[in-house]
Design a protein around this ligand. Structure first.
Ligand SMILES: [Ca+2]
Ligand SMILES: [Ca+2]
Length: 147
């Protein structure tokens, strides 16, 4: 019995190292884990859920292609903020913030908004009413100019 380090402490060290390795594997291998956390960044996730960032409804490791908003989200450091809210990732008529239901990107849903009004990664009409046409706008302007 000349060993200074007991077999017990060596075994403990080995188990701890192995355990840490398994943990890292779990975290790096499970993209759905990351997706769930990413989704929590948005104040409202319904009804688009995974489709807000991905091109498929149920992304899986190795099959999780990102849509334009997903790419911008990734490039923004996987953070939802005012910078991302002011972008129009999919190039339709609505800013990301409007589509997600958090116009200023402060992480709080806009008042009375309970669902995403559009998909920030897909060209859609994002629930907005038709824009006031030019004729109506001229009529409105004339009313104010008259006063
Ligand atoms: Ca948009
Ligand atoms: Ca959209």
């Amino acid at each position: 019995m000349t060993r200074k380090q007991s077999p017990w402490s060596q075994r403990l060290l080995r188990y701890t190292t192995a355990g840490f390795g398994v943990l890292c594997l779990l975290f790096s291998g499970s993209s759905s884990f990351a997706t769930d956390l990413d989704m929590l960044q948005l104040p409202l996730a319904s009804p688009n859920l995974c489709l807000a960032c991905h091109t498929q409804e149920s992304p899986s490791p190795g099959d999780a292609e990102l849509n334009p908003f997903g790419i911008d989200f990734l490039e923004n450091g996987r953070v939802w903020d005012s910078n991302l809210a002011q972008l129009n990732s999919d190039g339709d008529s609505c800013l990301n913030g409007v589509e997600v239901g958090d116009s200023d990107g402060d992480g709080q849903a806009d008042g009375n908004v309970e669902e995403q009004s559009g998909n920030p990664g897909v060209v859609d009409n994002c629930g907005s009413a038709d824009l006031v046409d030019e004729k109506t706008w001229d009529a409105l302007k004339a009313m104010f100019d008259g006063n």
